[in-house]
Design a protein. Structure first.
Lengths: 523, 330, 325
């Protein structure tokens, strides 16, 4: 094997995988390495037996992770995501999915309902004018006011006098004062339309998100979001890896990198490659030869200490849309017996098929014994996305944390799990029966200040944003920025010889452009 | 031609396009000549049948060829076929035109042809030596499904609505009329700007009221509540206002009229620039005047003021508002 | 975009239509040829250029579509006869002063054979029914002076069944109101002197609400504007004497903006490809709006008003005063 590469990418998380696919498609020679035996890193999709192995490995260094219950039969038929999220139907991520052709490798469907926990019960969240029309919870006057707000949010609010001077005030306040919305409606908009994570998030970024999601609604159907099949995120990361492999990318999974060294380019190891001097040499477990590359892209979590201060950490400016970045996320993955249905779906069964991919939002302070400052999201999955066998369901519960928590994920999330189990009706019993559950804390690498004088060709990629609606779009933005920096560092030598080289395109035009997503939406 | 964008072409591009078109034209004209001369000779063969399909795939608007195709079936193919074969032929015919319909959802002739096919499905198969209605039922059920998918693609397609009404009215086993209320609720719920669905709802309700399946008084109140949700959600959308006007009708029920005037008045206070609030208030107050003639001077004055505001707000219809004002004074 | 009517371009556009045999679309629209000739000739007459197309050639074409066996006209030689093409043929021959070429008795028999027990007319022997065909039958019989042979009560009864609560009319009984069906039903009732069947205040309100902020007219609530509704809506308003209930100058501006300033013709909306269908209905609308220099159009028959007046068929419609340029 020729062990010289243009780029070596460490880690197969979503950002690294998108970057690898884009670099491969741009014609660079890529090697992609992950110490895990599966794709997707922190966003992997695992079968239940793989999840148990993952828990056991994790217990070696993280004692707060807990797991309950026996493996159900057909454990391999489950596909659970370590980083569950939804995909906005318009945005940088879906653009990348389509432009790269990766959408053709996977299946996607519309997210079902979004519901909010309010006053001890679940309520539908109106996402459009037609939802408002149909809502049974709102008064007529409230309907008028919410529609007026939605039209405001869907338009060019930047220059609107109603917003002027209030851009940084909390969104909840803004909705109260300017649009005279009730507490309950303002909460629904803030947490289940603007997807604010914390109380008192600023108005302007939330409005940006709301506008983006209102525009996204209608592209593929009433929901603004899509969900992926087979566990979602991990499957998609793997799809990007496949796209890279199709263009000659070399994949090495389940092998750790044992050493990374910076090569002194004054003494080229390989005299043949005079114009393409490697900058890094990498040793991989059980690989006889060292691998060489001119550009090294690594997930920050896989970068050895001696290099982490020398890397250029990619941090694009996307603040206009963003919620504050959490310090960590407490997560729970629970498998339940019985299909996932909302109480009112059981009542009017007979209408069109009901989705088992739902999003349930607990606003801060809404649950006794729950968090007073963080919103908690519960995403569900099941046979509808081929994520569980028939008659079973998966619950993903996540709570973003602004600071280090003294409590374990289980202590933080147990009240939510108990609440959800009693909220989703089961056929005979009072509540759904739990098959197994896993609680863990996902820590997010804080972006350490990068050095003012980074090593040429060494790029570090932060962990993906855990934001349930914004995460994948941020991943695509970071991936594009990483791609550009990598392409720039790789083209620099060439450029010196060959003046007038144009800026590399993120996704070259596909030969056969077709929208492959959403096969199940046709008839 | 509808919705075909105009674009400039250079003379060279035009010449090239013509060159490319020439072979297509030759091929099309040869096929047309072949089919039309066979038609003249009353050729009812399978070959001719195949040729009509080829031609109709290129030009589904060619009504003469649809006619010919039906005549081939009637005169050439059906006489030699068992009922089962006829059922299969017509089911195939329906499937083939489904593809054509998806590409050309507004071609009258395709809808028309499907209707003919449906009406010619034979009775059968035999059950206990008696022909059953199973073939018919299966085909009509499928047609309802197709019409509904067409309405999913374009909820305002009047061909699909008309066809759907036709299927519902003529299928061997009718559906309960109340299920149509559920269907219109669903279509309106998906997009309450869809006047076609409101229209269908009005027709369905009249049927249910007249046949005594639904209590007209209670049901009308339910409808008022239903439509007021649309009025408040988006007072600029005509569809719900037109439906509301239907519910009020000639305004004989004074209490109802006054209740609805109050509801719209409250909406106008929340949305002071709403043309449709004012327009409807004028209409309903005039109905009060006509039918119940109470306190006419105050009501007339209120109408005049609303009409003056409307004339400013909606200058397109300025003279209509002036005419209405003049009527008040007479 | 132009703010005045480009008569020479439109005349040239219509003249060129017959010479477009090198275009596939010409052949694909053969089933509409008779209608297209009627649209083109009416458009030329409205612009005062009735002689731009060769009269003998046109009459020869019409007569080549006569089907001796069926006793009616097809849209194109060797195509099947249809009520639509039969009406167009009669209108063309009348405008060319050549109605003596047809066998009136046979045509009347053909038309009357298409009336169904409900009163509606089918378009041909295969039986598609539509209020369009009621209008075609009533219009043709009236032009042929044979209305006395029609069962008027039965015909009106069917139209009445197509009337909706919004004052409009649909394609068939039960169908949603549509501006084009409002035209055919109102015009048929006008010919039959039965406008008492129309709920005039409600219908005129509904028609006036077809005008959108850009001046164009749509055919149904919450739909897009289209130049052809300039005729469907305007003709009905004109027959009911309520043309002032929309903003005529804005509509005029909209129609003119849909002109193809280079090769002539009018499209469904600005920037789209023109065709003869939208060209005649755009011009018909402009004529009713009193656009300078145009010839008066009869909104009931969609033919030059003078021809209808000569036949003694003029009804009580009103157009806007013709402006002097």
């Amino acid at each position: 094997m020729d062990n010289h590469f243009d780029v070596i990418v460490l880690g197969t998380g979503l950002i690294e995988s998108i970057t690898a696919a884009a670099l491969s498609k741009a014609g660079f020679k890529v090697a992609h390495i992950d110490p895990n035996p599966y794709y997707g890193a922190a966003e992997a999709s695992l079968s239940l037996d793989e999840l148990v192995q993952w828990v056991n490995r994790r217990k070696e260094h993280d004692r707060s992770v807990t797991h309950y219950g026996e493996l159900p039969s057909y454990a391999r038929q489950y596909s659970v995501s370590l980083g569950p999220s939804v995909i906005p139907s318009i945005g940088p991520f879906i653009s990348s999915l389509i432009a790269s052709g990766v959408s053709r490798y996977g299946s996607f469907k519309l997210l079902g309902r979004v519901v909010i926990y309010d006053g001890g019960m679940l309520k539908d969240v109106p996402q459009s004018k037609d939802d408002i029309f149909q809502s049974k919870a709102m008064s007529l006057l409230e309907k008028r006011r919410v529609t007026r707000f939605l039209m405001f949010a869907a338009g060019d609010f930047e220059n609107n006098k109603e917003l002027h001077g209030r851009e940084n005030s909390p969104l909840l306040d803004f909705l109260h004062r300017i649009f005279l919305l009730s507490e309950a409606t303002a909460r629904a908009i803030t947490y289940a339309l603007g997807y604010c994570y914390f109380i008192a998030e600023k108005t302007l970024p939330a409005l940006h998100r709301i506008r983006a999601y209102l525009k996204a609604s209608g592209r593929y159907g009433p929901s603004s979001f899509l969900v992926g099949y087979y566990g979602g995120s991990g499957e998609i990361a793997q799809g990007f890896c496949r796209a890279a492999a199709v263009r000659g990318g070399v994949y090495i999974l389940g092998r750790s990198v044992t050493s990374i060294s910076s090569v002194d380019s004054a003494e080229p190891e390989n005299p043949v490659l005079t114009s393409d001097l490697p900058r890094f040499a990498i040793e991989v477990d059980d690989f006889p030869d060292r691998l060489h590359c001119r550009c090294l892209i690594s997930s920050t979590s896989l970068l050895p200490g001696h290099l982490s201060t020398l890397a250029d950490v990619i941090r694009p400016s996307i603040s206009s849309y963003s919620s504050p970045r959490p310090f960590a996320v407490a997560r729970c993955i629970a498998v339940v017996d019985g299909p996932i249905t909302l109480p009112w779906d059981i009542e009017d069964s007979g209408t069109s098929e009901v989705s088992d991919s739902l999003l349930l939002v607990f606003p801060p302070g809404s649950l006794h014994g729950g968090s007073a400052i963080s919103a908690v999201h519960v995403m569900t999955a099941g046979p509808g996305t081929m994520s569980a066998p028939s008659g079973k369901g998966i619950l993903y519960i996540s709570m973003p944390l602004l600071t280090n928590s003294v409590h374990s994920a289980e202590i933080l999330l147990r009240p939510y799990l108990t609440a959800v189990l009693s909220l989703f009706p089961a056929e005979q019993q009072q509540q759904k029966t739990l098959i197994c559950s896993t609680f863990y804390m996902q820590e997010l690498n804080s972006c350490t200040a990068s050095t003012s004088d980074p090593l040429v060709g060494l790029l570090a990629v932060p962990s993906s944003s855990p934001h349930i609606t914004q995460g994948v779009d941020e991943a695509a933005i970071v991936a594009e920025a990483t791609f550009r920096k990598a392409a720039y560092s790789l083209n620099r030598e060439i450029k010196e010889m060959n003046q007038g080289c144009e800026q590399t395109v993120f996704w070259p035009v596909l030969a056969e452009m077709e929208e492959g997503e959403g096969n199940d939406m046709h008839w | 031609m509808h919705n075909v964008k105009r674009h400039k072409q250079t003379p060279e591009a035009l010449a090239e396009k013509r060159q490319r078109e020439k072979s297509k034209i030759d091929e099309y004209l040869a096929l047309t000549d072949d089919v039309l001369s066979r038609k003249k000779k009353q050729d009812w063969s399978n070959d001719a049948f195949e040729l009509t399909q080829r031609l109709l795939q290129i030009n589904p608007e060619f009504y003469t060829v649809w006619n010919y195709r039906r005549n081939i079936l009637l005169n050439g193919i059906f006489p030699q076929s068992t009922p089962e074969q006829i059922n299969n032929l017509l089911s195939n015919e329906l499937s083939m035109t489904t593809t054509a319909l998806k590409a050309n959802p507004k071609v009258y002739w395709i809808w028309n042809h499907r209707r003919w096919c449906l009406e010619n499905v034979p009775d059968g198969p035999e059950r206990n030596e008696v022909p059953s209605m199973e073939w018919r039922q299966a085909n009509w059920d499928k047609e309802l499904f197709v019409a509904e998918r067409m309405l999913d693609a374009d909820a305002r397609n009047f061909h699909a609505w008309n066809y759907r009404r036709y299927v519902l009215a003529n299928m061997p086993t009718r559906r309960p009329e109340t299920s149509e209320l559920v269907y219109t609720s669903r279509k309106i719920g998906a997009n309450f700007s869809n006047f076609s669905a409101w229209h269908q709802r009005s027709k369905t309700l009249v049927g249910l009221w007249e046949s005594g399946q639904l209590d007209p008084i209670q049901s009308r109140d339910d409808e008022f509540e239903f439509v007021s949700n649309a009025l408040y959600t988006d007072p600029e959308d005509q569809s719900a206002w037109i439906y509301h006007r239907w519910l009020i009708g000639s305004g004989e029920n004074k209490a109802q009229l006054e209740r609805e005037i109050q509801l719209i008045f409250e909406l106008l206070q929340e949305q002071p620039d709403s043309k449709w609030c004012m327009e409807s208030l004028v209409h309903y107050k005039r109905l009060l005047l006509q039918n119940h003639a109470q306190d006419s001077q105050t009501l007339k004055q209120e109408c005049r003021e609303l009409l003056s505001r409307l004339a400013d707000l909606d200058p397109n219809r300025y003279f209509r508002y002036q005419d209405l004002k003049r009527d008040l004074d007479q | 975009m132009s703010t005045s009517l480009l008569v020479p371009q439109h005349v040239a556009y219509i003249k060129a239509l017959g010479d477009s045999k090198h275009e596939l679309s010409y052949h694909l629209s053969a089933h509409l040829r008779m209608n297209a000739v009627y649209w083109g000739l009416t458009a030329l007459l409205i612009m005062g250029h009735g002689d731009a197309l060769d009269r003998d050639e046109m009459i020869d074409f019409v007569m080549s579509c006569w089907d001796e066996e069926a006793g009616a006209f097809s849209a194109h030689p060797d195509h099947d006869v249809h009520l639509l093409s039969t009406l167009s043929a009669i209108q063309i021959l009348l405008m060319q002063n050549a109605l003596n070429r047809v066998n009136v008795g046979r045509i009347v028999k053909f038309i009357l054979s298409l009336q169904q027990p409900s009163g509606v007319f089918a378009g041909d022997a295969f039986g598609e029914t539509d209020t369009r065909f009621v209008y075609c039958a009533v219009n043709a019989l009236s032009l042929l002076g044979k209305l006395d042979e029609l069962d008027i009560e039965k015909t009106v009864a069917y139209i009445r069944r197509c009337r909706n609560f919004d004052g409009g009319f649909g394609h068939v009984a039960g169908a949603e109101s549509h501006a084009s069906q409002v035209f055919v039903c109102v015009a048929a009732l006008a010919i039959l002197d039965r406008l008492d069947e129309v709920d005039q205040p409600t219908l005129c309100w509904w028609l006036s609400e077809r005008q959108l902020p850009n001046g164009g007219l749509n055919g149904r609530p919450e739909k897009l504007e289209d130049v052809c509704y300039s005729f469907w809506v305007l003709s009905a308003l004109s027959i009911l004497n309520k043309l002032t209930w929309i903003d005529s100058s804005k509509l005029e501006g909209f129609i003119l903006s849909a002109q193809d300033t280079e090769s002539g013709g009018i499209a469904d909306r600005p920037g789209d490809m023109p065709d003869v269908f939208h060209t005649i209905f755009g011009l018909a609308g402009l004529s009713l709006l009193g656009y300078p220099t145009l010839v008066d159009l009869d909104p009931v028959y969609c033919m030059p008003a003078s021809i209808i007046e000569n036949l003694g068929l003029r009804k009580g419609w009103k157009a806007l005063q013709r402006r002097s340029s």
